[in-house]
Every structure is written in structure tokens, then in C-alpha cells.
Design a protein around this ligand. Structure first.
Ligand code: GLN
Length: 209
């Protein structure tokens, strides 16, 4: 069972992509909804709105504990901001609980305003963790995916334990640290479910939380 945090943002798009890959999905708004999950998605939307909606529910502290205990988490766009250990231009997030389990620094809105949104082809290095993707033999080529950037955050620092699975214009746009993955773009808005498949393959290898 994969949870999708359903406070705000692109919730139904993630649920549809996950369901299309055969996953069972559940909306998550409270700590008790985390029980029994094998993975969890933090969607894109607006991080400043999400932290306010989550305030007082205990959801993000509980999710932080769960992620530290090994629950696989995929964060996209605003979800990446919530997962980042450090946020630049994060004054509007100060004083609110996040889920800062990923050793990166994110800069909010670094690619510009909504009207400067764009799509780019990026190469997905799904082979970097051998054996996590059954399609990837040692000689499999990187596959290209369309990445949709909407007021996207930029990853300005990655810690030593963080793998860069895709980059655009010299910046990491898909990163992974252990069972935690984050994309600066919106993989739920394109037809190719490659990022979700990569996440589900990793999640399937973890014990039920
Ligand atoms: N700019 C938004 C934020 O700061 C993220 C945008 C998105 O998720 N598409 O949360």
C-alpha cells in the first residue's frame, strides 16, 4: 500500500500513475494513515501551503520518524522542498514542521515564475543502484524522460550520501538517498511512469512499515 499525502497539490495525478502501475494507494492526511504503508509520495503543489495545512496534525513529524526508520518516500517539486535538509528562500516555511530527511539544499522557485514553466528531456540514470530495476542490465542505456518544471526548486547542494539520478543544465533534478527519492519536476504529469516505477521497485524491496 502506497500513501499519497493529500493536503494540497497534484494528489490525484500521483494516485492515477501509481494505480496504473498496479499499486494500491491511500490518501494520507494524519499520522495514523501511515500504518502498513510500503511507500509514500509527497506531491508537488505549494510547500508553504502544505506545511500550514499539516501544522498541528503531527503528520510531518510522524513521517520524518517513518522515513528515518526506512519507509521509502518520493517527493516531487514542493515535496522535494519538504524533504530537503536545508531550504534557501525558505522564510515562509520557518517554524513549521517539514520532513527534512534528505541531505540536500533546495532553492525555492529558482527556475522562475509559473509562466516560465517548461518541459525538458532528461536522462534517467536508473542503473545507479544495481538490481533495483529489473529492466536494467549492466549495459542498458540511460532512458530519456520528459520532465515538467513548474515553479520548480533547484537542488543547490547534494550531500555525500546522495545519488544524482538525473540532471538538467548542470543541476541535479532527481536524487536519491537510501529509500528517499526526490524530483524537482513533476513525473505525475507525463504519460511515462518511469520515475514511479523506479520508486515502486525500491519500495517493494522494503519491509512493510
Ligand atoms: N514553488 C512551489 C513551492 O515552493 C513548488 C512548485 C511545485 O510544486 N510545482 O512549494
Amino acid at each position: 500500500m502506497i500513501g499519497v499525502v493529500a493536503l494540497q497539490g497534484a494528489v490525484s495525478e500521483h494516485m492515477r500513475t501509481l494505480t496504473g502501475l498496479g499499486a494500491e494507494v491511500r490518501r494520507v492526511t494524519r499520522p495514523e494513515h501511515l500504518a502498513g504503508l510500503t511507500g509514500l509520495v509527497l506531491p508537488g503543489g505549494e510547500s508553504t501551503a502544505m506545511v500550514r495545512l499539516a501544522a498541528g496534525t503531527g503528520l510531518f513529524p510522524a513521517l520524518t520518524d517513518a522515513a528515518r526508520a526506512g519507509l521509502p518516500v518520493l517527493g516531487t517539486c514542493a515535496g522535494l522542498i519538504l524533504l530537503a535538509r536545508e531550504v534557501e528562500d525558505g522564510a515562509a516555511l520557518e517554524g513549521f514542521a517539514r520532513v527534512p530527511v534528505l541531505d540536500i539544499t533546495a532553492r525555492r522557485n529558482a527556475y522562475g515564475a509559473q509562466r516560465e514553466s517548461f518541459t525538458a528531456r532528461v536522462a534517467l540514470r536508473s542503473r545507479s543502484a544495481p538490481g533495483t530495476d529489473p529492466d536494467d542490465g549492466p549495459d542498458a542505456p540511460d532512458r530519456e524522460i520528459d520532465a515538467v518544471f513548474i515553479r520548480a526548486p533547484q537542488v543547490t547542494r547534494v550531500g555525500p550520501g546522495v545519488e544524482v539520478l538525473a540532471a538538467h543544465a548542470g543541476c541535479p533534478v532527481l536524487v536519491r538517498q537510501g529509500a528517499v527519492m526526490a524530483a524537482a519536476f513533476h513525473p505525475e504529469l507525463t504519460a511515462d511512469p518511469a520515475v514511479h516505477r523506479l520508486f515502486l521497485t525500491a519500495a517493494a524491496a522494503q519491509p512493510v512499515h
